[in-house]
Design a protein around this ligand. Structure first.
Ligand code: AMP
Ligand code: MN
Ligand code: MN
Ligand code: MN
Length: 279
């Protein structure tokens, strides 16, 4: 039987989401999700709580993570699904990957102070729920709270993206590293929200060629950040490459996310859903 409603991309307060893992689980179940993965950024700390709450709520649970990488200096996100969360390649790789975030955040605070917005590092820390995982989302929440922009998207557009004053370059994992951690741990590597990357058609194909050559198996076709045109486009690319297809809301919190848990459009019917690759 096909699970009718799977959501394999969302965040809890273990990274930059607003709700604890068990609350995300209950909200997913209330929205009709029956197969669910929690995919916090670079961190596996919410998986045990999420699994217990998911099973109590009658959902099947799959381990997940969203790994921050760079490919030819472009920041990209790779989702891992269905892995052994105790595998040392994965836990060790993620531990090292997280370690630079605090220093990067201090530099972001300094950069914003230099354009006349002081105290942002300290302000962002008030929004951080896991000291190992300070993210630009916490900066954006604080900057909205002091009226720098009405919404987080405006903060990103004017302050926190490449070329803007609060953006600080960072060394993330490599594509090969992230895929190897996931596959060593028995999981499936998935390209997160491919519609968000500002690639030309040729760059996207080169990226997907590399991803496939290195052992990547799936891409998100439906995503909270995909338009109907993105869905058609990435469905075509999934068919072309023989990738399985994933579906995820990228939910971060009730008032903040474009799409609620489980409320993403269904995958085009001919695509192979990624959960078929997971025991
Ligand atoms: P970081 O991992 O610190 O680079 O932060 C990336 C996070 O910022 C993403 O996972 C999103 O939660 C958030 N983010 C990035 N771009 C935007 C945007 N345009 N609007 C709202 N949130 C965003
Ligand atoms: Mn996030
Ligand atoms: Mn992402
Ligand atoms: Mn995400």
């Amino acid at each position: 039987m096909n699970p009718a409603n799977f959501d394999f991309h969302c965040h809890s307060s273990v990274s930059d989401g607003l709700l604890p893992p068990a609350e995300v689980a209950r909200r997913a179940a209330a929205n009709g999700v029956d197969l669910w993965a929690l995919t916090d950024h670079d961190h596996l700390g919410g998986l045990d709580e999420a699994r217990t709450a998911a099973e109590e709520a009658g959902m099947r649970f799959v381990n997940g993570v969203e790994i921050s990488i760079e490919w030819h200096e472009v920041p990209i996100h790779i989702v891992g699904l269905g892995f052994d969360a105790a595998h040392p390649d994965l836990t060790g790789g993620l531990h090292a990957l997280r370690s630079g975030r605090l220093e990067r955040a201090r530099k972001m605070g300094d950069a914003l102070a230099a354009i006349g917005i002081p105290g942002v590092f300290e302000g962002a820390l008030r929004y951080v729920t896991n000291p190992q995982l300070i993210s630009r989302a916490h900066f954006a929440r604080y900057l909205v709270s002091i009226g720098i922009a009405k919404e987080m998207s405006g903060v990103f557009q004017y302050y926190l993206t490449p070329g803007k004053p609060g953006y600080v370059d960072h060394r993330w994992a490599g594509l090969q590293e992230a895929i190897s951690w996931i596959t060593a741990a028995g999981g499936v590597a998935v390209v997160a929200h491919p519609g968000r990357y500002k690639f030309s058609g040729g760059e996207m194909r080169r990226f997907l060629d590399d991803f496939k050559d290195l052992g990547g198996q799936a891409i998100e076709v439906t995503s909270g950040s995909h338009s109907p045109d993105h869905i058609l486009h990435f469905a075509r690319l999934a068919r072309h490459y023989g990738f399985h297809a994933s579906r995820g809301s990228d939910f971060h919190g009730p008032a903040e996310s474009y799409v609620d848990l489980g409320r993403v459009p269904q995958l085009p019917e001919d695509l192979k859903p990624v959960w078929r690759l997971i025991d």
